[in-house]
Design a protein around this ligand. Structure first.
Ligand code: G3P
Ligand code: CA
Length: 243
């Protein structure tokens, strides 16, 4: 039985109950008592960092085309809520800055870098985080481990996490081999066992498996002793935790 507090990290806010990566979704996660939120970032043509999962606007807005081919002015008026439910009409694609303004200081913000944009995303993100004064609250993760490597070398204060969906022989050993100080592992939750969590913890690594939504999966991960669980349903996880 694990007695350590398991952190609740709202995936794209509370994406099971609100349109992902919108201010409404992040507000709901915070209201439900999440300990942190996960979000995805892209760069506009004019260098603004926006919060959206896909490279393109097609799936989650009433616009079309690649984010990197649009200016912020072209994106800011799009509807990012009505695809999910009519009750969310008026939700927009937020700037990263707007999400930081909404999420209280001290809550964890897991920024997932979806694309490198030839190194421009790393520069823009680090400039933003330095100016925000909230480097301590943030974990930067990516499936692109070269991006994570470059970010850590450019900014030793940044906390970085490895995101992956591989069934590794030794998760902790992989993190130790890539030549930077890794803060956390972000494995697919189906591919992370109790012994993996124990080895990671012994190596000083935090663990944030994604994206678990079922009560049985929550319980397995809690019992494994993971640091936190990334979930679309923060309130459901809070209930399982008895919080
Ligand atoms: O960061 C965890 C998880 O969000 C990674 O997958 O596709 O939901 O961004 P995806
Ligand atoms: Ca993500």
């Amino acid at each position: 039985m694990n007695t350590q507090k398991t952190l609740v990290i709202g995936h794209r806010g509370a994406a099971g109950e609100a349109p992902e990566n919108t201010l409404g979704s992040f507000a709901l996660a915070v209201d439900q008592g999440a300990d942190g939120v996960e979000l995805d970032v892209h760069l506009t043509k004019d260098g603004e960092i926006v919060v959206c999962h896909d490279l393109s606007l097609d799936r989650t807005t009433n616009g079309t085309g690649l984010i990197c081919e649009k200016s912020w002015k072209e994106i800011q008026g799009l509807d990012a809520g009505s695809w999910f439910s009519e009750s969310f009409i008026g939700e927009r694609v937020p700037l990263l800055r707007e999400v930081f303004d909404l999420v209280p200081r001290g809550l964890l913000i897991n920024v997932e870098v979806k694309h490198a944009y030839e190194g421009r995303m790393e520069k823009a993100l680090l400039a933003f985080l330095r100016e925000s004064g909230r480097m301590e609250d943030v974990v930067i993760s990516s499936f692109n481990h070269k991006v994570i490597h470059r970010i850590k070398l450019a900014e030793p204060e940044a906390k970085v996490g490895l995101l992956y969906a591989a069934d590794l022989f030794n998760h902790a050993a992989y993190a130790q081999q890539i030549g930077i100080e890794v803060h956390s592992l972000h494995p697919h939750h189906h591919l992370f066992e109790k012994e993996d969590a124990a080895a990671a913890s012994a190596a000083g690594l935090a663990t944030y498996p994604y994206t678990a939504n079922d009560v049985q999966d929550y319980q397995r991960l809690i019992d494994a002793g993971v640091t936190g669980i990334i979930t679309d349903f923060p309130a459901r996880l809070k209930k399982v935790l008895g919080a």
